[in-house]
Design a protein around this ligand. Structure first.
Ligand SMILES: *[C@@H]1O[C@H](CO)[C@@H](O)[C@H](O)[C@H]1NC(C)=O
Ligand SMILES: *[C@@H]1O[C@H](CO)[C@@H](O)[C@H](O)[C@H]1NC(C)=O
Ligand SMILES: *[C@@H]1O[C@H](CO)[C@@H](O)[C@H](O)[C@H]1NC(C)=O
Ligand SMILES: *[C@@H]1O[C@H](CO)[C@@H](O)[C@H](O)[C@H]1NC(C)=O
Ligand SMILES: *[C@@H]1O[C@H](CO)[C@@H](O)[C@H](O)[C@H]1NC(C)=O
Ligand SMILES: *[C@@H]1O[C@H](CO)[C@@H](O)[C@H](O)[C@H]1NC(C)=O
Ligand SMILES: *[C@@H]1O[C@H](CO)[C@@H](O)[C@H](O)[C@H]1NC(C)=O
Ligand SMILES: [Cu+2]
Length: 616
């Protein structure tokens, strides 16, 4: 029974749907830098297409083919494009993450993203997968219209993106973030939250109308709450998966998550307007600067001549107001819990300082460091008898090899008190366990846990609670190299990622590198043959592979490092010599930046408590 039902799931996930009128959409986009001021507060250089920003919403229909020619028109940055949530079944090289499935696209180069969307519909998005470049705006919405009737009715469809927004460029922020002078790994705090790439947005609505609102978080870091004055939302889609309608007063979206909701307007025009609020999840911020507005007011406008109320107070922590818990949502079609796992991957999350003083994010003591050859290219070039040997993919890509069609279970034990939204490329997974937040790190216990849902939620991005755990399951039926990583872009840059090498045998038999793939690698000086170290002769020899910095000496804990750092910086601060801190290497911080960092660190660590200084 179970297996029969599971067969349906597989069909739905990967079956080729015959559509009479499949279309090929061809796009030519040049990635360019331009000025924009989406929050109305400060203009900055953003990254758009063809000197335009915001980026277009790409709209296609299930069964269609996309040919997107992406030309890198930037002068001093590589680029790439990932279509978030798409399975890319049979088209692994179209997935986008640099060093995983392709080489970075150098300035002047063009890479063709050529894929057919066989079996998916719903609300998606696309974004650069080069460093944390998408924080500067290289992201947009992707809608895949269903070729069949949707399981709910509505009158009009409307797209909405939400995001966080920084005034500084991602490159400047990254220099300060991944830096020994930021030893606690405090993430840069955004300056604003955007609503549809703007602020103070008025959404004109008609009375007695049901809107299907597709909401995509294109954030890089902070999750957001959404709630509307005197209106409810009925969730019908989650990350491209239709779910049984569930009505809620508020929503919570982490970076990269999507919800499709129905909003029914008042039957009779009330001739007034209602606040559509967004609120940053302040628990994710190390400090909340006084000038940061945690909420943003937008409006559902029934009458353009009526007032726009200033704000709507709403407490989403009160029972009844809480955002819908995604764990309770049931996909339409009720795909049963996958059978017990064949292969289990247990990942312990840790954030700590390595010997260079920088704060890293690690899974099982490994922080992701890119290989010298894209991992997909290693699979396709290695001798056939070596492709199941994970060593060839490099020790710091943190690779796991999955067998064809096995049931894979990923357990994430979060030993960090912060929240992390994890995303798996190439799949939707069943969320079969999701713990609350805990005071102290609490691991998943296989022999003692809450019962698994009969019909678990399926989605592609899910958040693990601070000090908590979650358990995900999927079937390894999509040959490819797939990244699994935190979608907080800062944490991805800190190395919070693993690489899954799924059914490498079928992958080799069915997929190959195009000439275009190779040209792009050549242009950026990367190989497309060889193991992770670039060795094309002896795949077992990983000499000179990219590796992570070494661990701090034993007994030299992060806390100790911090205490030492604090002593030094406090002393230097007192001597007014902070200006010359940047000395020999990377970190040349201005006085303002230094004071800002120092302030963050002091507040974050309650550093006025002197016991910390003596703690090691
Ligand atoms: C973008 O610019 C390229 C040339 O760089 C041009 O070929 C293409 O038609 C433009 N695309 C759009 C949508 O304007
Ligand atoms: C939104 O309103 C604020 C406060 O009035 C203003 O400073 C800002 O420029 C506005 N932004 C936009 C994009 O309209
Ligand atoms: C582009 O990628 C290559 C290969 O990783 C790297 O060597 C180069 O520094 C990158 N270019 C820029 C501008 O970051
Ligand atoms: C796109 O990919 C398909 C299938 O791999 C291939 O047949 C086709 O030639 C490609 N199109 C272009 C323009 O390269
Ligand atoms: C958001 O922007 C898109 C694209 O411009 C537009 O079609 C849509 O109506 C806007 N959504 C809202 C809620 O204003
Ligand atoms: C609202 O729409 C429903 C269904 O279309 C219709 O039956 C009803 O009369 C409408 N109400 C008003 C006040 O127009
Ligand atoms: C990580 O390293 C620590 C210290 O070396 C060790 O105690 C621990 O078992 C390691 N954890 C894993 C998951 O390998
Ligand atoms: Cu994270």
């Amino acid at each position: 029974m179970r297996l029969a039902n599971f067969g349906t799931l597989v069909m739905v996930m990967y079956g080729v749907v015959a559509t009479a009128a499949a279309t090929t959409h061809t796009f030519y986009y040049e990635v360019t830098a331009l000025k924009a001021n989406p929050d109305g507060v400060k203009e900055k250089t953003v990254i758009g297409f063809n000197n335009t920003w915001p980026l277009p919403t790409i709209e296609i229909t299930k069964g269609d083919t996309v040919l997107l020619y992406l030309t890198n028109g930037l002068k001093d940055s590589n680029t790439s494009l990932h279509f978030h949530g798409l399975f890319q079944n049979g088209a692994n090289a179209m997935d986008g993450p640099e060093f995983v499935t392709q080489c970075p696209i150098a300035p002047g180069q063009t890479y063709l993203y050529n894929f057919t969307v066989d079996s998916q519909s719903g609300t998606y998005w696309y974004h650069s997968h080069t460093g944390n470049q998408y924080l500067d705006g290289l992201r947009g919405a992707l809608i895949i219209h269903d070729s069949e009737p949707m399981p709910f009715e509505y009158d009009e469809e409307v797209m909405l993106t939400i995001s966080d927004w920084y005034h500084d460029s991602h490159k400047d922020l990254m220099k300060q973030f991944l830096n020994k002078y930021n030893p606690t790994g405090a993430e840069p705090v955004p300056q604003n939250a955007l609503f549809n790439d703007s602020r103070n947005v008025t959404w004109e609505v008609k009375p007695n109308t049901t809107y299907f609102l597709r909401i995509a978080s294109v954030s890089g870091f902070v999750s957001q709450y959404l709630y509307i004055e005197d209106h409810e939302m009925t969730v019908v889609e989650v990350d491209g998966v239709y779910v049984e309608p569930t009505t809620t007063k508020s929503l919570y979206l982490t970076a990269a998550q999507r919800y499709g909701v129905l909003i029914k307007t008042k039957e009779v025009n009330p001739n007034k307007n209602f606040c559509f609020m967004q609120a940053l999840d302040e628990s994710m911020l190390d400090i909340v600067p006084a000038e940061l507005e945690l909420t943003g007011t937008n409006w559902m406008v029934y009458n353009k001549d009526a007032d726009l109320p200033e704000s709507f107070d709403f407490d989403y922590t009160v029972e009844g107001n809480e955002p819908v818990d995604d764990f309770t949502l049931v996909p339409i079609g009720k795909y049963p819990l996958l059978p017990d796992y064949d292969y289990q991957i247990v990942l312990d999350v840790e954030m700590l300082n390595l010997a260079n003083g920088v704060n890293y994010a690690l899974f099982n003591n490994i922080t992701y460091v890119p290989p010298k050859v894209p991992t997909l290219a290693t699979v396709l070039s290695a001798p056939k008898d070596q492709i199941f040997n994970k060593e060839i993919y490099g020790s710091n890509t943190h690779s796991f090899v999955l067998q064809k069609d096995e049931i894979v279970e990923i357990v994430v034990n979060n030993h960090d008190d912060g929240k992390h939204p994890f995303h798996l490329h190439g799949h939707i997974f069943q969320v079969i366990q999701k713990s609350p937040e805990f005071e102290d790190p609490t691991d998943y216990d296989e022999n003692d846990h809450e019962s698994f849902p009969d019909y678990p939620l399926l989605r592609d991005t899910v958040q693990v609670a601070g000090n908590g755990y979650m358990v995900l399951r999927f079937k390894a039926n999509n040959p490819g190299v797939w990244f699994f990583h935190c979608h907080v872009d800062w944490h991805l840059e800190q190395g919070l990622a693993i690489t899954l090498i799924e059914d490498p045998e079928t992958l080799r038999e069915t997929q190959y590198l195009s000439d275009n793939f190779k040209e792009v690698c050549d242009a950026v000086g990367m190989g497309y043959q060889g193991n992770a170290a670039g060795n094309t002769k002896d795949y077992g020899n990983l000499d000179n592979e990219n590796v992570q910095p070494s661990f701090l000496p034993p007994g030299f804990t992060a806390k100790g490092y911090f205490a030492m750092f604090l002593c030094v910086i406090t002393a230097l601060y007192g001597l007014y010599t902070i200006f010359s801190f940047g000395n020999e290497d990377d970190a040349t911080l201005s006085e303002d930046e230094m004071i800002e960092n120092l302030k963050n660190i002091l507040i974050q660590n309650n550093a006025f408590d002197e016991s910390l200084l003596g703690s090691e």
